[in-house]
Write a protein that binds this ligand. Structure first.
Ligand SMILES: [Zn+2]
Length: 222
């Protein structure tokens, strides 16, 4: 399975490089590209299985199990949960997330969010605000290629609330120099190591009001 995964990733990389070198792809090429990418994505969640759920149950988190489902557009959610809390951080609206996203968030809260909050503000983060996780849709920049949101394998974070009452909003604070912006920038860098993809408002215009984190097959920090 592992070598199959690597081979598929190599194919995707080659196609991606060709598109980059030869410029605007034809509709036919783009369609083939989308098909291959969507195929690869079905191999993109190797850590989502019963074993992952057993690990998650032992971690400091509150969640409800979500039954597997898929639809005719290729969107598919397997071994996912409604995640309401990780460590000391409540997650607003208990978003639907794959087991791998949930376990990485537990780790991220403990190893990055709280230490960075303590260093910059001398307090703890107690709420994570988000504008969504599961959404059966394509990537905004590549129509036809499913987003990691189509697998509940991504979270869009819009802000935080701290124990002392102050709050941070990505939309409001990212571009204003100061400790709040520093917090968001440090969190974004740390997210590059814990997740596969970490995108901030500096990454592209679509992310002007949130941080995107996912554990999909690609690697991107921007
Ligand atoms: Zn997103």
């Amino acid at each position: 399975m592992k070598s199959k995964h690597v081979t598929l990733l190599l194919i995707v990389t080659c196609i991606g490089a060709s598109l980059a070198i030869f410029g605007t792809p034809s509709a036919l090429l783009l369609k083939s590209f989308s098909r291959v990418i969507n195929k690869v994505q079905t191999y993109s969640t190797p850590r989502n299985n019963e074993a992952c759920l057993l690990v998650l149950k032992k971690l400091d988190a509150d969640f409800r199990l979500q039954a597997n489902f898929k639809n005719e557009n290729g969107c598919k959610v397997e071994y996912a949960v409604r995640l309401a809390r990780v460590g000391k951080l409540k997650i607003d609206k208990a978003p639907l997330l794959t087991c791998s996203m949930a376990t990485q968030l537990v780790k991220f809260e403990r190893e990055s969010i709280q230490p960075i909050a303590k260093r910059i503000f001398g307090t703890e983060a107690k709420r994570l605000k988000n504008i969504g996780s599961y959404n059966c849709r394509s990537m905004r920049q590549y129509r036809g290629v499913l987003s990691q949101h189509a697998f509940a394998n991504a979270l869009d974070v819009s802000g935080f609330v701290f124990r002392d009452g102050q709050s941070i909003s990505v939309k409001r604070d990212w571009k204003v120099d100061g400790p709040k912006s520093q917090f968001l920038r440090d969190i974004t860098s740390a997210a590059c190591n814990t997740f596969r993809v970490s995108v901030s408002p500096d990454g592209d215009a679509n992310h002007w009001n949130h941080l995107h984190w996912d554990t999909g097959p690609y690697r991107s920090c921007r």
